[in-house]
Design a binder for this molecule. Structure first.
Ligand code: ZN
Length: 237
């Protein structure tokens, strides 16, 4: 049986929703399709990315101020396979846990793998990093932007969910600016707290030094004992 998606805003359809129990509690999982009735247009711009995005919602956010929100970009390597090269999985899980603890909020999960360059290019860049190039230089050697993410879909999804303002969980000032440019009212930026390890240290340091993330200096921070001490550091890819 084919159930068509329903247009709810220009370029934004809602495909389906259902409650999903997670390790952090039960969330309403809403699947949106960005591109509306013309997903081929979106696919034509970035055919390696899915136009289907997810909102993981706790509570009724309509007309509420200061709703806790994480706008998170897909990272298959860490979230599915447990890669230690970045902190994305920890950022996502920390956001789910905090939203569940507060009983209200949303994770907007965008399908823009590898900061929007797609999985194949991301792994090509990883291979260049084996040779000593950092994440920014690796992307540039491949002729790709440092950060190809777009937040128009996130803004439309948030407008549909209806909070009057949000508290954004991120260490990335550029993400705050990008969402504001799309009309999202951000009352506050909430720093996120995750761990660092010997594989992610260089990546997080590059985000601090070259991508403007509000992170502590990591060069002198020792590796934590397994699953123990944690420090404030990076924002997801
Ligand atoms: Zn990642």
């Amino acid at each position: 049986m084919h159930v068509p998606s329903v247009a709810i805003r220009p370029q934004l359809d809602i495909v389906a929703q259902a409650p999903v129990p997670t390790r952090f509690g039960t969330f309403q999982m809403m699947v949106f399709r960005w591109g509306g009735n013309t997903p081929a247009t979106v696919a034509g711009e970035a055919p390696w990315l899915s136009p289907d995005h997810v909102a993981l919602v706790k509570g009724d956010l309509g007309d509420k101020p200061g709703v806790l929100v994480r706008v998170h970009s897909e990272c298959l390597t860490s979230e599915v396979f447990g890669s230690l090269k970045c902190d994305c999985r920890e950022q996502l899980e920390a956001a789910q846990a905090e939203i569940a603890r507060q009983g209200e909020g949303a994770v907007i999960y965008l399908r823009q793998e590898g900061r929007g360059i797609g999985l194949g290019n991301k792994i090509r860049a990883y291979q260049l990093q084996v040779d000593g190039h950092d994440t920014v230089d690796a992307n540039r050697m491949l002729g790709l932007p440092d950060d190809a993410r777009d937040y128009a879909a996130a803004a439309a999804m948030l407008q549909h969910l209806g909070p009057t303002s949000i508290r954004l969980m991120t260490n990335n000032p550029a993400k705050v600016d990008a969402l504001r440019a799309h009309g999202v009212t951000i009352a506050d930026r909430v720093s996120t707290v995750v761990g660092v390890n010997r594989f992610s240290r260089a990546y997080l340091e590059t985000k601090r030094a070259r991508m403007g993330h509000a992170l502590p200096h990591l060069a002198d921070v020792p590796d934590p004992a397994p699953s123990s001490s944690r420090i404030a550091c990076g924002d997801a890819e």
